[in-house]
Write a protein that binds this ligand. Sequence first.
Ligand code: ADP
Length: 166
Amino acid sequence: MIELIQTDITKLELDAIVNAANRSLLGGGGVDGAIHSAAGSELLDECKTLNGCDTGEAKITKAYKLAAKHVIHTVGPVWSGGNNNERDLLANCYINSLTLAKQYGLETIAFPNISTGVYHFPKQLAAETAITAVKEFQAEGGTHIKVLFVCFDDENYRIYEKFLGK
Ligand code: ADP
């Protein structure tokens, strides 16, 4: 099951929200900054124990003061023209986050529009990549995890509406 909403991801009461982190996992701007400030400093304390995260990989923590139960931190690729495996790396973010969610028995997960902020991944291509990866995982994994695509900006919301056929 896939749903689309336009909201602040930090407000969601789900089994997991996904953070578009950087490789240090020590916080940043955009959605990363919003998640860390809403979760409180204990999230940073736990992230410090993780030794960072490679691009396309994912790591899970508790969610502390957030309404969600867990945060899955994944590191999107920085867009650098499209010839540096950016598309596969972005797909890996979604697949590896869902794989972790499945391992932990989670049933609901929300994704932000990974890499489409300061990492400058083209929004249409990012949406297409994200939706394809999630649908493939759901088809192959035989899981019942409910996936929410959370758009913050209007442009991403309109793109997702179009691709999801709303
Ligand atoms: P990246 O470095 O992966 O590009 P950003 O945080 O800069 O990460 O942007 C990723 C996406 O997250 C952007 O589309 C941005 O609009 C969105 N975003 C920023 N703040 C929030 C929030 N509080 N909730 C959901 N999405 C957000």
